[in-house]
Design a protein around this ligand. Structure first.
Ligand SMILES: Cc1cc2nc3c(=O)[nH]c(=O)nc-3n(C[C@H](O)[C@H](O)[C@H](O)COP(=O)(O)OP(=O)(O)OC[C@H]3O[C@@H](n4cnc5c(N)ncnc54)[C@H](O)[C@@H]3O)c2cc1C
Ligand SMILES: *[C@@H]1O[C@H](CO)[C@@H](O)[C@H](O)[C@H]1NC(C)=O
Ligand SMILES: *[C@@H]1O[C@H](CO)[C@@H](O)[C@H](O)[C@H]1NC(C)=O
Ligand SMILES: CC(=O)N[C@H]1CO[C@H](CO)[C@@H](O)[C@@H]1O
Length: 500
């Protein structure tokens, strides 16, 4: 196939790059990516802390095994450590929760044994499991995962902990609050009260023990970019408006208007802007506006904030085999995953830290995780203020007043004007239909106008791998394939006519 159709892709993140790759591979020779910023990769962004590489955005290949195209590409490009390639590693099925070795500290400065918190962990995982079963059954009893967990928890705790003393109970409830905060980070939401119970569980995991890129996630982007023709991407070129459904005879259906006033004509546009950006700017981004059913699905789908705070130390205050540090507040018996006054205790939302491994590569670096409005507030503080708060927190939980970080760096995804948050999750009242509406091209079928003018890709448009890099990649391929099969199904003479 050698096709001159003019295709514009908005956004040079994983989904945009994947779409371009596929189209160019299939013989389309008029593909252009317009990117708002000066770089490619989008939410794949490798930064530095001192001499170490740290991932400001995506960190893991979730489920690195044969069914994961990000894993297959990374392996093909030779970007992974040998351990990640072993059949054993690919076969591990962790169902989204890697079996990390924890160290646990409490707000009174005590070290806790994992064993001590086992009752809380058991109850919590039972409830999470029950939460994920409604999408197949329908008729969910509450609107949100948070509502469901809260109501069930009260019952269950009254039953099973009725003979337990108040202190132990408070500690168990504190542990449950911590686990809720972990889920807020994993799901990229302010609170599980905002995560829809009906659609929770649509997300699918793949087998394989999550792995990282020793040279940084951006090495994958670089490899993929090097296979696109030079000049495929125009950087620093934000798109202001997609004028579609141009019905004047003989005219190309689309005009892409850029912030700098430049206008490009196109036969097709693949929109890959993040859902956060789409929610905020859809009224100006599309003319005519999006059909209502699509708009409502965009509004129902959730997009929240999850940020990282990398902290480097001269020496570790955790065990050598520790992979994750959990912080348990002993004053949180009223299950809290959101703080009422975000300004003061914002740092209480930070559930703990993951440890960057291997130590020989990173030294002593922790990655703190914080989701929601507290995380958005954190973004407004100076690096010094964040470092101060983290230092106080660690000193309190370890009971060691001399611990002092060497330096920190944090992400600020909510205030990134081209992302407006971290990643998507199924919001309240969100169903499979909404996920299908998200990816539906314009104009919708049945209208008497040129088909497949505006196509939608990006992490949030994948029905089961949303919020991941592999979801983004697959969505880009999906939209490229949509165009490829469209052109393979029409005859060359029709094609010639279509170009007139
Ligand atoms: C903190 C964090 C941690 C994560 N961790 C993981 C992880 O461990 N594993 C995993 O699989 N996934 C992870 N993810 C999710 C993963 O990064 C994303 O799902 C994926 O990278 C999204 O790719 P995308 O192409 O859909 O969007 P993006 O990468 O966001 O690309 C969209 C592009 O569009 C551009 N753009 C926006 N507006 C315009 C405009 N008007 N004109 C032109 N260009 C525009 C943006 O600048 C951007 O480059 C994480 C994300 C975050 C934020
Ligand atoms: C792009 O240009 C660089 C040098 O400017 C060259 O090394 C590279 O091979 C070119 N890539 C392609 C795909 O043409
Ligand atoms: C697109 O154009 C067709 C043909 O003129 C028209 O029937 C349709 O209403 C238009 N759609 C929108 C969303 O403007
Ligand atoms: C998108 C995503 O990761 N959703 C997850 C939210 O958290 C629950 C509990 O861990 C998972 O089951 C979901 O898959």
């Amino acid at each position: 196939m050698n096709i001159n159709s003019n295709i514009v892709i908005i956004g040079c993140g994983m989904s945009g790059i994947a779409a371009a790759h596929r189209l160019i591979g299939a013989g389309f020779n008029n593909v252009r990516i317009l990117e708002a910023t000066g770089r490619s990769g989008g939410r794949i962004k490798t930064g530095k802390l001192g001499n170490s590489i740290v991932e400001i955005g995506a960190n893991w290949i979730h489920g690195p095994s044969e069914g994961n195209p990000v894993f297959c590409l990374a392996r093909q490009y030779g970007l992974l450590d040998p351990e990640a390639l072993t059949p054993e590693n690919q076969a591990v099925d962790v169902a989204g929760h890697p079996p990390w070795v924890p160290n646990i500290f409490s707000s009174s400065g005590r070290r806790l044994k994992a064993e001590t918190l086992r009752p809380a962990v058991e109850v919590f995982f039972e409830l999470m499991q029950e939460s994920s079963e409604f999408h197949s059954k329908g008729g969910e009893p509450c609107a949100s995962v948070g509502d469901f967990i809260r109501s069930k928890l009260q019952q269950r705790v009254a039953e099973i902990w009725k003979d337990v003393d108040a202190n132990t109970r408070t500690l168990q409830m504190g542990a449950i609050s911590s686990m809720l905060k972990v889920e807020c980070s994993v799901n990229g939401t302010h609170s599980l009260d905002e995560v829809g119970l009906g659609a929770y569980g649509l997300y699918k995991t793949l087998p394989g023990l999550d792995c990282t890129f020793p040279g940084g996630y951006e090495t994958l982007i670089k490899k993929m970019m090097s296979e696109l023709p030079n000049g495929s991407v125009t950087y620093n070129q934000p798109v202001r408006c997609v004028h579609w459904n141009n019905t004047e005879k003989r005219k190309i259906p689309l005009t892409i208007e850029c912030e700098n006033g430049e206008k490009l004509s196109a036969d097709h546009v693949i929109v890959t802007v993040p859902l956060g950006y789409l929610k905020k700017h859809h009224t100006t981004l599309f003319h005519p506006p999006l059909p209502l059913h699509k708009l409502h699905s965009i509004q129902r789908q959730g997009f929240g904030t999850n940020n990282k705070i990398f902290v480097e130390f001269d020496s570790p205050w955790w065990d050598a085999d520790c992979e994750v540090i959990y912080l348990v507040w002993e004053d949180e018996d009223a299950i809290v995953d959101q703080e009422p006054d975000v300004q003061r205790p914002w740092i209480k939302k930070l559930f703990g830290f993951t440890v960057l491994k291997p130590t020989e590569r990173y030294g002593h670096i922790l990655c703190g995780w914080i989701a929601g409005h507290e995380s958005e507030y954190m973004e407004t503080l100076s690096e010094q203020e964040v470092m101060f708060a983290v230092t106080q927190l660690i000193r309190r939980f370890t009971g060691n007043p001399s611990i002092t970080p060497r330096r920190i760096v944090r992400s600020q995804w909510f205030h990134d004007p081209w992302t407006c948050g971290s990643y998507s999750y199924p919001g309240k009242q969100c169903s499979m239909q909404d996920l299908e509406n998200m990816m539906e091209p314009l104009p919708v079928k049945g209208l008497q106008s040129r088909p497949l003018q505006v196509l939608f890709a990006g992490e949030a448009t994948h029905p089961s791998y949303y919020s991941t890099v592999h979801g983004a990649l697959l969505s880009g391929w999906r939209e490229a394939d949509r165009l490829i099969s469209h052109y393979s199904s029409i005859s060359p003479s029709q094609l010639a006519k279509a170009k007139l």
